[in-house]
Ligand binder design. Structure first.
Ligand code: ANZ
Ligand code: ZN
Length: 831
């Protein structure tokens, strides 16, 4: 504690708490972080957004890290003279907040708003430079009204629809989940193993946008988004090109279609497999196989898709007693039901080519089915090795395809199939529609009325928002069907279309609907005639810098990209990608592991701030590693950060006491000026490059150089010392805003340091001075080199040995010894 106590006005160490209180009050009064909508303000605009928080407790170390990073970016843009919109909001509807409320025996509404206040106060204290006037909460009716409005627009365009299907069910949270919320077969929120249930649910038709979600990644490539996130998005969309092939099934009128990425291997197809849980399997099963099939199918129902696809599991299946006919060879192929074919991908049925597909080969070997090689790859026979040959090669035993390469054969067979009307080229995506309905209380009610005569009717705009019925206690508990269904008075309504008795939809929306467009709302947060003002959004948008965790790589980011495209198509936006740049912050861990209650290794943010002050905690976070990497709190030293900040504070304080603002730096010490301008130049580039940790290291060097100039150089009153100290204040304003403000004031300035103070480096001061170094061979001067005065011995030795003139005298003699006296002399001894 000692280091933060002390006299803030005259002492050697600053009082962190006093500075925090003082500057928070000043910021609250002067509002330096409010974005300007003044049409006469022609500063360039910067839109910086941190992924907003769930209000499920107070801020923790993870928030502290993320907000510190976003704040460096926002504050830097402000220092550069931009009109910055750096807003704040809460993702206050949905499962995380509701679960936390239930755990704490509280009503979700009460719990949520109490937590928002706690978190907001912590953010204020943490000194995040945000525009508080634009604060939003997604659980406010003024906000979720627009979720409903958007839903009805999606519904009108056929982009919101209901269907029956096998869905992911979390038995713990008692609700369905989207595919994106199932991680390794478990619920993304609570970790419970997800079950499959047949239910009728609401979906957004994100699959209509699959190709555009891929194509528009051009706008995000080239380092604008992390490569890893782009790769995850591409994988999730999972585009495959190939062909649909139609197979006759004996005794069935309609052919059955399969999707294949290798239509060139059609002559090598020896059997046919239908997903055991697909309706088709049930339909095709011959009477004598029914019993075996039903037993098998109920076993399969217990497995997750992930388990079904693992290659380690031995292959299982049941012959259905039927035959398919190969459309090119006329050959009869037995039809099997198996679990390794998934009902939800392609057409839920495949042609099996065991020679060239490992899964099919494993199956063929398990059930003694024929293996026929049709692509000569030069590898050994798959039937003998048990290894399918999937590589390039030349086609054989394939009629018109013989002798062709794989790509030629694919092209040729597609022509053949098309001529006969038994197939065509297709593109398939792994992406599924977004299941958005939830059987939970704390969310946006789906604005649909079910009418016995009109069907699904969207609630008209003038009846929005549809607010939640007031439920309490046990009525709120998740129970398999939505708790809203029990609120009879709320459910029963007149049909908006015919006026007859009808019922409200009782599901609520996935919280990811709220977060798919909240950043747009920031541009006109209080508008009550539309979700956002198109003109304002087009001025600010897209978001220039978006900062948040990697865990959203396929969930939130995919959904927000989808919404942006739909809104663009509706004419409400003129851009097609929401986030021009994305930064994923690392995690704050402790002793090599994620902080958790069960490990007891949690670090309390509030306690750290009490002990070291906000500035030192922020600086510690940012100095520990580049933003994308994890910070291990066991390896960092807030004490050292605090010591440095005190050193910086003293430098600003002493320079301020000894000089006056506005002194001409050109009359000051040129050595220190060179160091200052090199710092400006390097720190600018490092911040642009998001290498904040190195930028902080450069600040530390500048503070040391300034200290030296005060103590054993030109002294504190030298204008170059003031120039250096002023840049220390400006640079520190990005990382340690309180001490920077105080230092700036100590330097005699009125008003905040935070805006428009970033200096330009003077190019003349960047030119490095050089000194002359003589290079001797056997004590005789043979060359002269121009080198930097601070060159290292190693570097100088390297340069001297590389000198052509010196080399001429060394010849083929062996270098015995090199004597280096940097920067003036090198003597090379040979013999
Ligand atoms: C014949 C074939 C021969 C195949 C060959 C591959 C190699 P991707 O790339 O993931 O799109 N397939 C199709 N539908 C399936 C389903 N519902 N469940 C499991 N597997 C399915 O994979 C497409 C390939 O996966 C398709 O191409 C099909 O097997 C299989 F040498 O058809 B292939
Ligand atoms: Zn009606």
């Amino acid at each position: 504690m000692t280091a933060v106590d002390g006299d803030q006005t005259t002492g050697d160490t600053y009082d962190a708490r006093a500075l925090q209180d003082k500057w928070q009050a000043r910021w609250a009064a002067e509002l330096p972080f409010q974005a300007s909508e003044d049409p006469g303000d022609d500063r360039p605009r910067s839109f910086v957004v941190d992924m907003f928080a769930y209000p499920s407790g107070d801020l923790h170390m993870g928030h502290a890290e993320a907000y510190a990073i976003g704040d460096v970016i926002g504050r830097y843009r402000l220092q550069r003279g931009d009109n910055v919109l750096h807003p704040v909001g809460w993702d206050s509807f949905g499962l995380p907040a509701e679960n936390a409320a239930i755990k704490n025996n509280s009503h979700p509404e009460k719990w949520t708003y109490a937590n928002i206040e706690t978190q907001a106060a912590s953010m204020g204290r943490y000194g995040v430079a945000v525009d508080w006037s634009r604060r939003i909460h997604t659980s406010d009716p003024e906000y979720f009204k627009w979720n409903q409005w958007l839903f009805t627009r999606f519904f009108d365009r056929g982009l919101a629809y209901r269907k029956d299907g096998l869905v992911n069910w979390c038995p713990q949270d008692q609700t369905v989940l989207a595919n994106e919320q199932v991680v390794q077969g478990r619920c993304e929120r609570c970790g419970a193993e997800v079950e499959r249930r047949a239910l009728n649910q609401w979906y957004f038709k994100i699959t209509d946008y699959a190709q555009r979600l891929l194509d528009d990644m051009d706008q995000l490539d080239g380092g604008r988004w992390p490569d890893e996130v782009l790769a995850m998005q591409r994988n999730w969309i999972g585009r495959s090109t190939g062909a649909d092939v139609h197979f006759e099934i004996e005794g069935r009128d309609e052919p059955v279609t399969v999707f294949t990425t290798r239509p060139d291997t059609l002559y090598g197809a020896t059997f046919f497999v239908v997903a055991a849980d697909a309706e088709l399997a049930e339909e095709l099963c011959a009477p004598e196989q029914r019993e075996a099939f039903e037993t098998y199918r109920s076993d399969v129902a217990k497995l997750s898709d992930i388990e079904r696809q693992t290659t380690e599991r031995p292959k299982t299946g049941v012959f259905l007693g039927r035959y398919a006919v190969n459309p090119v060879t006329g050959e009869r192929m037995p039809v099997w039901a198996a679990d390794y074919v998934l009902a939800g991908y392609g057409h839920g049925a495949i042609m099996a080519v065991p020679a060239h597909d490992q899964r099919d080969l494993d199956f063929a070997l398990a059930f003694d089915l024929p293996v026929r090689v049709v692509v000569e790859t030069g590898e050994p026979d798959p039937a003998e090795t048990g290894v399918a040959t999937a590589g390039e090669g030349v086609l054989r035993d394939s009629g018109p395809l013989d002798g062709l390469s794989k790509d030629e054969a694919i092209e040729r067979i597609i022509e053949v199939l098309a001529e006969r009307g038994t197939g065509e080229a297709t593109v398939n995506y792994r992406l599924r529609d977004w299941l958005l309905s939830r059987q939970r209380y704390w969310g946006t009610p789906i604005p649909i009325v079910h009418c016995p005569s009109c069907g699904e009717v969207a609630v008209p705009d003038e009846q929005l928002p549809v607010t939640l019925p007031e439920l309490k206690g046990a009525e709120l508990a998740p129970k398999g069907i939505s708790p809203l269904a029990a609120a009879k008075d709320w459910v029963e309504v007149d049909c908006p279309s015919c006026g007859g008795p009808a019922e409200r939809d009782t599901d609520t929306m996935d919280t990811f609907v709220d977060s798919s467009w909240y950043f747009l709302r920031y541009c006109s947060p209080h508008l009550d005639t539309a979700p956002f003002d198109t003109e304002a959004v087009n001025k600010w948008g897209p978001v220039d810098h978006y900062i948040g965790g990697k865990e959203h790589a396929t969930l939130h980011l995919m959904y927000a990209r989808f919404f942006t495209k739909v809104l663009h198509d509706m004419g409400m936006l003129d851009f097609t990608e929401p986030f021009a740049r994305l930064t994923n912050q690392g995690q704050v861990i402790n002793e090599g592991r994620a902080m958790s209650k069960s490990l007891g290794n949690g670090v309390d943010l509030g306690k750290e701030i009490d002990a070291y002050g906000v500035d030192a905690v922020r600086l510690t976070m940012l100095f520990a590693s580049p933003p994308e990497e994890d910070v291990d709190w066991a390896d960092v030293s807030p004490t050292a950060a605090l010591k440095f900040l005190n050193r910086a504070y003293r430098v600003m304080h002493e320079a301020g006491a000894a000089g006056t603002p506005g002194a001409d730096p050109a009359t000051g010490d040129v050595e220190l000026r060179r160091i200052t301008h090199r710092s400006i130049d390097q720190i600018t580039a490092l911040i642009e490059d998001k290498r904040f940790n190195v930028a902080i290291a450069r600040c530390m060097e500048l503070v040391s150089a300034t200290r030296k100039a005060i103590d054993s150089g030109p002294g504190a009153g030298d204008p170059a010392v003031r120039e250096a100290a002023e840049f220390v204040a400006v640079a520190l304003s990005l990382f340690a805003p309180y001490v920077a403000e105080e230092g700036w004031e100590k330097l005699g300035h009125v008003g905040t340091v935070a805006a428009g103070n970033w200096p330009e480096a003077d190019p003349e001061l960047l030119v490095q001075e050089t000194v002359t170094c003589v290079v001797q061979v056997q004590n005789k001067v043979r060359d002269k080199l121009a080198v930097a005065p601070d060159i290292s011995d190693e570097e100088l030795e390297r340069l001297a040995l590389a000198s052509e003139k010196a080399q001429g005298f060394i010849g083929d003699k062996t270098v015995r010894k090199v004597i280096v006296r940097a920067p003036k002399l090198v003597n090379i001894v040979v013999g």
